[in-house]
Design a protein around this ligand. Sequence first.
Ligand code: UT7
Length: 330
Amino acid sequence: MTQKISAAITAVGGFVPEDKLTNFDLEKMVDTNDEWIRTRTGITERRILKGEGLATSDMVVPAVQELCKKRGIDPSEIDALIVGTVTPDMMFPSTANLACHKLGAVNAWGFDLLAACSGFLYSLTTGASLIESGRYKKVVVVGADKMSSIINYEDRATCIIFGDGAGAVLLEPNYEGFGVQDSILKSDGSGGNYLNMRAGGSFRPASIETVTNKEHYAFQEGQAVFKHAVKGMADVSAELLERNQLTGNDIAWLVPHQANKRIIDATADRIGLDASKVMVNIERYGNTTAATIPLCLWEWEKQMQKGDKIVLAAFGGGFTWGATLINWAY
Ligand code: UT7
């Protein structure tokens, strides 16, 4: 009888740049203040990748190197690398290709996956499918964004929120039922008007006009996104629990996308989870888009126990959203 293969996370790596951008720094740049930012978002500071020529792949590389070191493997053993990102180094080749080269992951293929703040969840489901198929043994899934490269630091609606970082997980086959259990992923392109970067693609190729109009920056209609996010992230998390006949009491940890502390609290309330079971590091890193969830796993790695049931949940640009249930493997 063939055994059912599940995709277990067997190591986690992360990277955040050293440079900090605090609320007090932002007070000097735009019309805002520390108190407003903290009470409306929960953010105190974010990390910014500084340095000529440094791009998203330069955060992917140390995150993956850390993960390989922890697991005792060489990058050449990686079969595939998926990078969830909205800030690739360039339009092509993919950040995954460039990172594999820098890592010496000479036997890996890979690609970038664009699903904004849900990029890690979409990538995790994709990577898990590669493992579950039986064809691949070591798949690395990364969420990484250099948001500072697409933020207008004169726009207080966006510059107070976002930061840079990368988080990575290694997926390997498991035959005892640990790993990714279930996932509900959703998308609704009618939300595209509320959160986007209009120019630089085939719709609005770069021109003097697009630069003058500041169309190469992230644009967000905060309130509209907020309303959809509160409902979307809470609903999908509740749906996932119901489908798996679980309640909040069965869940050891909620790992929410870190966009706004108020959205996180609403999701935790909805599935009946105490704040002590919710991973929150938004105060130190802000919203790192695809990196928020793996960066939480990275920081909480030692506190998770084998067999813990963990819900990951995200909502973001697209709109894209979803929730994933994991049975922690170590
Ligand atoms: O990760 C991807 C998905 N993104 C999200 O989930 C983000 C969702 N949205 C949000 O988190 C929130 O909408 C924001 C944090 C972006 C904004 O918070 P808000 O509570 O929705 O603020 P608002 O836009 O409704 O503005 C409230 C007030 C306004 O002033 P008046 O009209 O009440 O006098 C704004 O002009 O706050 C003002 N305001 C600010 N004040 C100081 C807006 N931005 C700022 C600011 N500093 N940075």
